[in-house]
Design a protein around this ligand. Sequence first.
Ligand code: HEC
Ligand code: HEC
Ligand code: HEC
Length: 451
Amino acid sequence: MKPSYMLLSALALSMASSAVMADSAGLSNTTSLFNISPAISLPNVSPANSDLVNRGAYIARTADCMACHREDYSGGVAIETPIGNIYSTNITPSTRYGIGNYTETDFKNALKKGRAPTQQLYPAMPYPSYHGMADMDISALFAYFQTVPPVEEPPENTTKLPFPLNIRTLMLAWNVINVPSTENRAGLTQTQQRGEYLVNNLEHCGTCHTPRNLTQGLDKKKYLSGAPLGKWYAPNITPDNDSGIGRWSENDIVTYLRTGMLDKRAYAGGPMAEAVDHSTRYLSDSDLIAMAAYLKVVPIIKTDDYVIPVDTSRLPSPVSRSITYDLIEQKDYLAQEKSTTNAGSNTNNSPKALYLAACASCHGVDGYAQPDARYASIVGLSSIRRIKPDALINVIAYGAKGALNTAPKMPGFSKELSHAQIASITNYVRVTFGGLQSSDVSAADVKRILK
Ligand code: HEC
Ligand code: HEC
Ligand code: HEC
């Protein structure tokens, strides 16, 4: 890499790994995914406000401002980058600490060009995506931000990068190469066009799902084909049947974005849970349908990390409804299974025994978990059916903090379990709950993946 590229890429950073942000900012006390009723109303819309302001509140949801600037827009959330943390700022109308002195033009320049009145912003603020935002949406957003309660204090953290990374005007060169991060396609229906606008410009789905180019801008040729995200992996969401979501119906996509789950198919964990929690679950039916319609027609990209199609006949059934829903019964059943599994000598290192010891107290003996306690059912999930076991191994090793779960959090087992034990559990989970014919992950694979 040329040094200028290295500097640019270092500067330009991996944006918005919300998982990372949530960990460093402790953004966890939000509502549960599983209590969502389909007709949820927007918490920040009020009949006392003008239509313009209410429309702005909706756009703030669709553009997911809260994921990075916090629920009260007070900022200070860390966005981890290879060169250090970039912290979001206070964007409440405080004239001292926030954006109270902004004119609408200032606001527009910040959103579309990454140009704040006094400085150039880093693309950790997704202006390469917001670049395509419609002026009327920006006006509505601006009106809405005037009504947000001001937070009269600075964010607890501010960005301090060492020289020369602190030279913000270097971003101007980066912008020439990487902004805008998307182009509009010809030949789309009106619904698909609306979906395109939502996916690219408001929701900026590509900031997680599109791989980066050499300078860390979004690689347009690999649009939405999947990208690593810290310890998570944002999968391929192009309509390829095997590696993408080609087998999902539009209705499946809508259900997933509305609820964060698709029964026996997929579960939105980590960063995706945040996107659902702060944003997609609030969208109108017609906007979710528009995104689904658009995602069905984006260029198909086949990647090597395909999902092994679910063979529903191989998936386990719940042992019984009462065991799934009654915590005491579930505990008793687990104790009973543990004692039968360990009955012979030397069997407590068997794959099943390992699963029962490390995982079953949360995910259930049968994988259906305890819905009332908000643990994820893992039966049939795409994340355990991928040909590459990396995502599953990372979850087992490092755990998962559900953005939506107030209580439960999955611990990481990288210290307690050996590589061989993690491999053993991985194989057990993939075959027993993923319906795979076989799985032969080895201790060496685990070692390589966790390196
Ligand atoms: C992916 C994370 C992320 C999202 C989503 C996001 N921002 Fe930001 N924003 C940031 C970061 C980080 C900064 C500070 C960047 C810097 O210091 O260069 C920032 C800075 C800003 C600024 C400049 C404030 C100042 O200091 O003058 C404004 C205005 C702003 N954001 C508004 C918004 C609005 C409105 C939305 C939703 C439409 C939004 N942001 C969504 C991360 C985000
Ligand atoms: C902050 C990063 C982030 C953003 C923003 C984001 N995603 Fe995701 N997405 C992920 C991750 C990580 C996963 C994997 C979740 C898991 O397996 O638990 C995922 C999973 C998915 C899946 C399930 C794929 C499968 O095969 O199981 C779909 C569909 C999806 N995202 C669509 C979208 C859409 C549409 C948007 C924009 C509205 C979006 N995502 C925005 C990170 C993100
Ligand atoms: C203390 C409870 C707990 C334990 C023990 C636990 N998990 Fe989890 N697990 C969770 C929670 C909570 C989530 C959902 C996290 C989220 O929403 O991001 C989860 C998520 C998952 C997922 C879904 C990942 C995704 O988003 O696609 C898998 C797979 C998983 N766990 C497997 C395991 C395995 C295998 C073990 C044993 C090694 C285990 N879990 C142990 C609580 C637990």
